[in-house]
Design a protein around this ligand. Structure first.
Ligand SMILES: CC(C)(COP(=O)(O)OP(=O)(O)OC[C@H]1O[C@@H](n2cnc3c(N)ncnc32)[C@H](O)[C@@H]1OP(=O)(O)O)[C@@H](O)C(=O)NCCC(=O)NCCS
Length: 170
């Protein structure tokens, strides 16, 4: 139950407020038997960095509701530096979409390649572990506005698909 707490009573925050960047180096124990970074390891790094952005935006404990899309575009190799950037793209009431970009960097040549992208949904929880409203999102830059609009389209598409598939909740 959300009592009288409403998103509109909370101070809006821009995506830049909660943006998170973190780095790892891919070690042999992060690799699979092909010698590339294990997808599950990258997924856990993504979940962690996305959770930090959601926590910062909401100012609350925030749990992963869903991984809505995750694409491994290029393999990442042992020894690569990996930069993960997460930002809140969109907010409904208690839920937030967070986008994560994973860029691999060759430390010797400085070559940078976007290797993985992901979109996840988090829900903010109150002291009783119940969903609670999060501050509205105020996209400012052109990139933030584009991400906001695209996230809205993704959400609408997901709802439409669930309706067609007769899934409830979506
Ligand atoms: C996330 C969780 C608290 C939501 O609980 P719930 O009882 O479904 O809560 P609500 O019905 O109030 O929904 C909360 C929000 O989630 C959204 N949501 C819930 N189920 C959904 C689903 N199946 N698909 C899409 N959105 C969903 C609702 O639309 C709502 O968003 P909004 O307030 O922004 O409109 C609950 O599902 C949970 O605890 N999941 C496990 C989380 C977890 O353990 N994650 C891994 C470790 S972090």
């Amino acid at each position: 139950m959300l009592k009288n707490l409403k998103s509109e009573n909370l101070e809006p925050k821009s995506p830049s407020y909660s943006q998170i960047e973190t780095r790892y180096i891919v070690m042999p124990d992060h690799a699979n038997h092909y010698g590339t970074a294990f997808g599950g390891t990258i997924m856990s790094w993504i979940d962690m960095v996305a959770a930090m952005a959601a926590q910062k935006h909401s100012g609350r404990e925030s749990v992963t509701l869903s991984v809505d899309r995750l694409t491994f575009i290029h393999p990442i190799y042992v020894g690569d530096h990996v930069v993960l950037r997460a930002s809140v793209n969109y907010v409904v009431k208690t839920s937030m979409e967070v986008g994560v970009q994973v860029v691999k960097e060759n430390p010797y040549t400085d070559e940078k390649v976007r290797s993985t992208t992901a979109y996840l949904t988090f829900v903010a929880l109150d002291e009783n572990k119940k969903p609670t409203p999060v501050p509205p999102l105020l996209p400012e830059s052109d990139t933030e506005k584009r991400r906001f609009e695209n996230a809205k389209l993704r959400l609408e598409a997901m709802k439409e698909l669930s309706k067609k598939m007769k899934l409830n909740p979506y």
